[in-house]
Design a protein around this ligand. Structure first.
Ligand SMILES: Cc1cc2nc3c(=O)[nH]c(=O)nc-3n(C[C@H](O)[C@H](O)[C@H](O)COP(=O)(O)O)c2cc1C
Length: 304
């Protein structure tokens, strides 16, 4: 398929065919290839692939149940199951390097040293175009959620900055009073871009016989259509507070929703929960976005 030149964009030096990427943890490129064959990669739904968040050590993830269908979206408590840095670097990374789009690796750790080991190990791998730092996690030393404290965020990014010349995208949690000061702190630390929103803390409850939290882990994160206006607000505030590009996500299901997030201040958008219903949602959303001229503010019925 030919691509209109004006769809092309870039994200802190990473060239993109169009402004629609995936949200970490919501599209498994390797599983898509196994299930649908090479065709799934030839018409890859996104202009970059953001990996599922990896951690230094392998993780089994949270006990089931892990997913709850909410009124408009889902609550997940997957718990970051992954092979760990070594497993990822030894197997998945090689195959992901064959993707037709740039690869952004999402990393999370509970200490600066573990973050540094992951970035240091992957910094020189040709397969990697950039990193997303998932900072919705506690620092075991301070006990503070890194992405909820400007000083924690700034010093983490500052310590990682010298380890790689590749772009560092800092992914923010919406579970704070205002994400703008956190984004500004990431910018001071040397971040190249901000992405948001991660999921909103939520706990479905089960009355009756169990009378306990519904999810195995007790609580999880809400995503999908119900978080869309929270994402618009957060992206707008962050876009106004920093000079960095913003990757906007949260509840995008149509090109219209993507256009609205771009109009609110995002330079690139990411599709998450919508890919669970339709793994090709990214392709449709990109096509629909064309009708809005990519970044032009959509007009008309706001609920369309
Ligand atoms: C099942 C599931 C798994 C997710 N895993 C991750 C993850 O590994 N790392 C991360 O940064 N965000 C993760 N997220 C959050 C998404 O990347 C995204 O920030 C959030 O879901 C909002 O976008 P959406 O409403 O379009 O889904 C996950 C979300 C879901 C629903």
């Amino acid at each position: 398929m030919s691509v209109a030149t004006d769809e092309r964009t870039e994200l802190c030096g990473i060239e993109l065919e169009h402004p629609v990427i995936n949200a970490s943890g919501t599209f498994d490129a390797l599983a898509a290839r196994r299930a649908f064959g090479d065709a799934a990669w030839e018409r890859f739904p996104f202009s970059a692939f953001v990996s599922k968040t990896i951690t230094l050590e392998p993780r089994a993830g949270n006990p089931p149940p892990r997913l709850f269908e909410a009124a408009a979206g889902m609550v997940n408590s997957i718990g970051l199951p992954n092979k760990g840095l070594e497993g990822f670097a030894a197997s998945d990374l090689h195959e992901l390097g064959e993707l037709p789009v740039p690869l952004i690796v999402s990393v999370m750790a509970t200490s600066r040293e573990a973050f540094a080991e992951m970035i240091g190990t992957l910094a020189d791998r040709d397969e990697v175009a950039g990193f997303e730092l998932n900072v919705s996690c506690p620092n075991v030393k301070s006990g503070l959620i890194v992405g909820a404290e400007p000083s924690e965020t700034e010093s983490l990014v500052e310590s990682l900055r010298p380890l790689s010349a590749k772009p560092l995208i800092v992914k923010l949690t919406p579970n704070v009073a205002d994400p703008a000061p956190i984004a500004a702190a990431a910018e001071r630390g040397g971040a190249d871009a901000i992405s948001l929103i991660n999921t909103i803390a939520a706990a479905p409850w089960s009355a009756g016989s169990r009378s306990e939290p519904w999810l195995g882990a007790g609580s999880g994160g809400l995503s999908g259509p119900s978080v869309r206006e929270v994402a618009l607000h957060a992206v707008h505030r962050v876009g106004a507070a920093v000079g960095l590009p913003v990757v906007g996500m949260g509840g995008i299901e149509t090109g219209r929703h993507a256009a609205d997030l771009l109009a609110a201040g995002a330079g690139v958008v990411a599709v998450g929960t919508a890919s669970f219903r339709d793994p090709a949602a990214g392709l449709r959303i990109r096509d629909e976005l064309r009708r809005f001229g990519g970044t032009a503010r959509a007009s008309g019925d706001p609920h369309r």
